[in-house]
Design a protein around this ligand. Structure first.
Ligand code: ADP
Ligand code: MG
Length: 452
């Protein structure tokens, strides 16, 4: 069922229930008020007679009967005198014999004046009024028909019923309009969402009310923008990747095409095949790194504790030999810090940073790896005394495939993907990677992870 219809239904049911409640309460209150006014009249009528009855009851039943019949005619009522035990003493209609016990609700209503209304089969709507007299040695019971009250009541009821029915019908129509008005933005959102295709991803809706729907629209717009950005990045990444892969392929093709002509020249032939191997290795590394980048976010992080000491052991194991070869000294400065990270990814990020530091350092220099705790963060710094990075290139080095000019001149190897991987890993851990660098002096990369 549509939300609009649901809303309509709920509102209508609500209105109906409210109307019914109002009807019951108001009709009841009205009936009570009417009865109260009838009651006052009957009390006044009855009280006016009591003195006469008190004079002749119970000594002169004859005269009492005379009074009863006179007043019965006057008031158009049946009058009954009851004795102290509320049994019949005399009845103006002369139907009830003395000592009859009556079963009337009004008889059980305490000691003072009392009145009671009831619907009877024989006489219709009837009012009973009980008035004690002579220190309650006797009672006067007044029985009057109250059809007028009943008629007034039913007129009022039917009038109210009509008014309320009209109100319900109006509210029924009104709630349709309200429901349509409330759900209109939802229909608009659905329509706008249906407009979105893979080709044309725009979500624009003007909406003025300040409510949750506004938040929803903004959230969707944000999501669509994000999606477009992601899409754009993916597309750029794909085209750069293919382009970057084409370069070594073109070189390889050139070498292979020329290979037959240098077959006789042993030295050149060696050179060519070495170049070939180099290009293949480069491509292989690039493809591996590409795969890594693609898969980084695929599985959830498997976090575990990695101590600064483990970290040092790992780096020594991986880089000791390479550092010796390049005549670069590895130095460590470790505080007792434990990282709660995905070990595999975390070490991969570090490997990339240290590999860069060694790669872009001249012989005889030092690479220093420091682990320390800062306020709210745990930081690993990898600092070198290498070629450094020009200030204008700094912002770009974390982009995939970006290699600074100095770096390409310095070293043919490298894909430009390493730092992009580091950055992604840092972000997966809610951390960040920053760099400071002075050309010809050296660079410092800081990997900062939240302390908890
Ligand atoms: N320690 C460093 N010293 C100087 N330049 C660096 C250093 N680390 C990274 N760079 C610069 O950042 C670029 C991107 O680094 P990276 O993504 O690891 O790619 P690469 O495969 O070239 O090492 C490098 O090409 C280089 O220009
Ligand atoms: Mg690198």
């Amino acid at each position: 069922m549509k939300i609009q219809s649901q809303l309509w239904l709920v509102l209508t049911v609500l209105f109906l229930a409210t109307s019914l409640g109002v009807y019951l309460v108001v009709a009841d209150a009205y009936e009570e008020r009417l009865q109260a006014s009838y009651e006052q009249v009957a009390f006044a009528q009855g009280a006016a007679l009591l003195e006469d009855f008190a004079q002749v009851y119970p000594e002169s039943p004859q005269r009492l009967m005379g009074y009863l019949q006179k007043y019965s005619e006057q008031l158009q009522a049946r009058l009954i005198i009851l004795d102290a035990e509320k049994k019949v003493f005399a009845d103006s209609f002369e139907v009830l014999p003395p000592k009859t016990r009556l079963e009337l609700a009004v008889l059980n209503k305490g000691e003072g004046y009392a009145s009671h209304f009831a619907q009877t089969d024989a006489f219709g709507y009837v009012q009973y009024t009980l008035l004690p007299f002579g220190q309650a040695a006797g009672y006067l019971l007044l029985i009057q028909e109250a059809e007028a009250l009943s008629a007034e009541l039913s007129t009022f009821r039917s009038w109210m019923l009509r008014v309320l029915s009209l109100a319900v019908v109006i509210l029924f129509l009104l709630s349709y309009v309200v429901a349509a008005w409330l759900t209109e933005p939802i229909r608009k959102i659905i329509a706008a969402l249906k407009q979105i295709t893979p080709r044309k991803r725009v979500f624009a809706l003007t909406y003025r009310r300040q409510d949750e729907i506004k938040e929803l629209i903004e959230a969707i717009a944000g999501m669509v923008a994000e999606l477009n950005l992601y899409d754009e990045r993916q597309r750029r990444f794909l085209s750069t990747s293919s382009h970057e892969l084409k370069t070594p392929l073109a070189t390889m093709q050139l070498i292979l095409e020329n290979l037959p002509y240098v077959r006789s020249d042993e030295e050149r032939f060696q050179e060519f095949t070495q170049d070939l191997v180099f290009q293949v290795q480069k491509m292989k590394q690039m493809v591996e790194q590409l795969l890594q980048i693609m898969r980084l976010g695929d599985r959830p992080l498997q976090k575990e504790d990695v101590s600064a000491r483990e970290l040092k052991e790992h780096l020594l194991q991986v880089f000791q030999y390479l550092a010796q070869q390049q005549d670069v000294t590895l130095e460590f400065e470790l505080q007792d810090v434990t990282f709660h990270v995905d070990r595999q990814l975390f070490l991969r990020a570090l490997d990339n940073l240290v590999a860069n530091a060694i790669r872009y350092s001249p012989r005889g220099k030092t690479v220093r790896i420091a682990v320390k705790r800062e306020q709210g963060a745990k930081v690993i710094s990898v600092c070198d005394q290498g070629i450094g990075i020009a200030a204008e290139e700094l912002p770009r080095i974390f982009e995939p495939f970006y290699r600074a000019n100095d770096a390409t001149a310095w070293n043919q190897e490298g894909s430009g993907l390493g730092l992009a991987i580091v950055k992604q890993i840092a972000e997966l851990h809610q951390g960040q990677i920053t760099v400071e660098s002075v050309p010809q002096k050296g660079s410092c990369f800081h990997l900062r992870l939240p302390a908890k």
